[in-house]
Design a protein around this ligand. Structure first.
Ligand SMILES: *Cc1c(COP(=O)(O)O)cnc(C)c1O
Length: 360
């Protein structure tokens, strides 16, 4: 028997009829761009996140790009970003002509602390992109206390909440970004993304930037982008949104089963940051023998992966923007991480198989 690294199909199976009906309804309506389906999703997603505005965009990378542009980030500005993250967290900084300044991550939680951000703060720092990596929660309030605007990259943390009920996407006083790439916790049937914010002026600016800098197709006030969430994707997301919390519970239950099965004796378990109840997008353990264990798991037919072994600052495209401080946590995280199977429907038997393979 094999255990997949993730399973997006099983949780969606009970929703298949509803999803098909929704897609047919939108096809019949012929409203594919903007329109009621997109507006309804934006309202429902903002309410879910616990903020005032959500603006649907084409993908999570564009969400960051439009967010940076809405904040006026450009040439001469620095944006602090962790290097241990998906490349897309940093890429939009270059696209607006600004300079990424790499900060470290805690190799236990995989997120940056305020101390790590403070270490690379300069008078040119225009914003910080704090990544809620793997579904964990970065300390947004502590980073904001340094006096710079914080963008939450919440691409991996849909469904995560804090013990006090707040959620990623509503923690920053500025804005947050989401990806609805199919494998994310809330996944479209293609690409999709959103910017969330409590700031009406920022929401308005992002809504213009996603449509060529225009409100009305006649007057173009900004040089913008064509970056919309389309109606079919919005419909697919609306059908799934009411199930996101249940799926998050399933992910947390899977983590509990791993701990109960003794996984913590074989590898270091993922650790939530204080107050976080992560909807583990990826369940990333750590081991000094990570590469060896990857081989063992593959041999046993168990899905596993190493993430960001070559962190963003070491990628060829970033060769001209070297780090200004040492990044020991990043190096350790890159070397030791080991993603194990995780999904809302991971069973006790599957967890047992993973643990048994590692215990061999
Ligand atoms: C997936 C992801 C993105 C980019 O989202 P896309 O929708 O693929 O453009 C950005 N940041 C992080 C941390 C991600 O995981």
């Amino acid at each position: 028997m094999s255990v997949p690294l993730f399973d997006t199909a099983t949780p969606l199976a009970p929703l298949e009829a509803e999803l098909q009906a929704k897609l047919l309804e939108i096809v019949a309506s012929k409203r594919f761009i903007f329109g009621p389906e997109v507006e309804a999703f934006e309202r429902e997603f903002a309410a879910y996140v616990g903020t005032r505005h959500a603006v649907g965009v084409a993908n999570g990378t564009d969400a960051l790009l439009l967010g940076l542009r809405a904040l006026g980030v450009g040439p001469g500005d620095e944006v602090i970003v962790p290097s241990f993250t998906f490349f897309a967290s940093a890429e939009p900084i270059r696209l607006v002509g600004a300079t990424p300044v790499w900060c470290d991550v805690d190799p236990v939680t995989f997120v940056s602390t305020a101390e790590m951000v403070r270490a690379v703060l300069t008078p040119r720092t225009k914003a910080v992109i704090a990544v809620h990596l793997f579904g964990n929660v970065a300390p947004i309030a502590e980073i904001e206390a340094l006096g710079v605007p914080v963008i939450e990259d919440a691409a991996q943390s849909a469904g995560t909440r804090l013990a006090d009920g707040r959620r990623p996407g509503a923690l920053s006083a500025t804005l947050a970004t989401f990806s609805f790439f199919p494998s994310k916790n809330l996944g479209a049937f293609g690409d999709g993304g959103a910017v969330t914010t409590g700031d009406a002026a920022l929401a308005e600016r992002i809504a213009m930037l996603r449509f060529h800098g225009s409100h009305d197709k006649r007057t173009f006030e900004l040089v913008g982008h064509n970056s919309r969430l389309d109606a079919l994707q919005a419909g697919v997301l609306r059908v799934q949104l009411p199930h996101l919390d249940g799926w998050a519970d399933g992910r947390r239950e899977a983590a509990r089963l791993y701990a109960e099965a003794g996984l913590g004796e074989l590898v270091s378990l993922p650790e939530p940051t204080p107050g976080a109840l992560p909807a583990w997008h990826l369940y990333v353990a750590r081991s000094g023998r990570a590469d060896e264990l990857l081989g063992v798991l593959r041999e046993a037919g168990i899905g596993c992966a190493a993430y960001y072994r070559v962190p963003a600052h070491l990628q060829p495209a970033m060769r001209d923007v070297p780090p200004i401080v040492a990044l020991p946590g990043t190096e350790e995280a890159a070397r030791t991480n080991l993603a194990l199977p995780m999904s809302p429907v991971l069973t006790r038997e599957q967890v047992g198989e993973v643990v048994a393979a590692l215990d061999d």
